[in-house]
Design a protein around this ligand. Structure first.
Ligand code: AMP
Length: 222
């Protein structure tokens, strides 16, 4: 079983690149954020436990995420392996993953870090503006801004920011998650499994650099 961990702060582009890498390397893409959102949508007891935590942008307790992720990894379609996106997010999650893989005679093969500075993360995460009337979405940071600043191209109504996209909220969210991410990065650096890719370049270049790093780490031919 080949397990690749994709690391990066919120806004670094993990969700953009993970599906492409998974397809190129014949792995499945597992995002704990997606797994948790599916539980919330389905209205399961677990989903109702975590909905509030997720809404506030806080981390779901390790025990819950570890059980969910390991359960999913045990399903037949994950037998060849997976790209993990958004997991592990804490040192305890990284240790639990190591333990579970060791029981199967396996280990994390490589941890790829998409490196983006905190200021750039704030710029990306606060770039989203939504039109009040029709919900049309713009992202100034991604070069997808409106033609006239502050006005919707479609219906001319004012653009507003969601509360959790405002700079002070985004900075608070990052301050809450970055220390744990640092521990996870250190975990894989100590094991000699960390590969870092500069995430400040255009998305296609970052994608190509990730694929190169993965290819050289696993010695594959994808
Ligand atoms: P994401 O889609 O990766 O941004 O995750 C969305 C939300 O799900 C996060 O803000 C957390 O509340 C929760 N979450 C996802 N993955 C984890 C994890 N590995 N540990 C704790 N909480 C998580």
């Amino acid at each position: 079983m080949r397990i690749v961990v994709l690391l990066g702060a919120p806004g670094a582009g993990k969700g953009t690149h993970a599906p492409d890498l998974a397809t190129a390397f014949g792995l499945i893409h597992l995002s704990t954020g997606d797994l948790l959102r599916a539980e919330v949508r389905a209205g399961t007891p677990l989903g109702s436990d975590v909905a509030g935590i997720m809404g506030r942008g806080e981390l779901v307790p390790d025990r819950i995420v570890i059980e969910l992720l390991l359960g999913r990894l045990g399903r037949p379609d994950a037998a060849a392996g997976a790209i993990l996106d958004g997991f592990p997010r804490t040192a305890a999650q990284a240790a639990a993953l190591d333990g579970a893989l060791a029981e199967r005679g396996s280990a994390v093969e490589v941890a790829l870090l998409i490196d983006v500075s905190p200021d750039e993360m704030v710029r990306r995460l606060t770039g989203r503006w939504i039109c009040e009337a029709g919900g049309h979405v713009y992202n100034v940071a991604a070069g997808l801004g409106p033609r006239v600043a502050g006005r919707c191209d479609v219906d001319g109504s004012p653009l507003v920011q969601r509360a959790d996209d405002r700079e002070e909220t985004v900075r608070a969210r990052l301050a809450g998650t970055l220390p744990a991410l640092e521990e996870v990065i250190e975990h894989y650096r100590t094991q000699g499994r960390l590969r870092t890719v500069d995430g400040l370049r255009a998305a296609p270049e970052v994608g190509a650099a990730l694929a190169d790093a993965l290819r050289s780490a696993v010695g594959g031919d994808a």
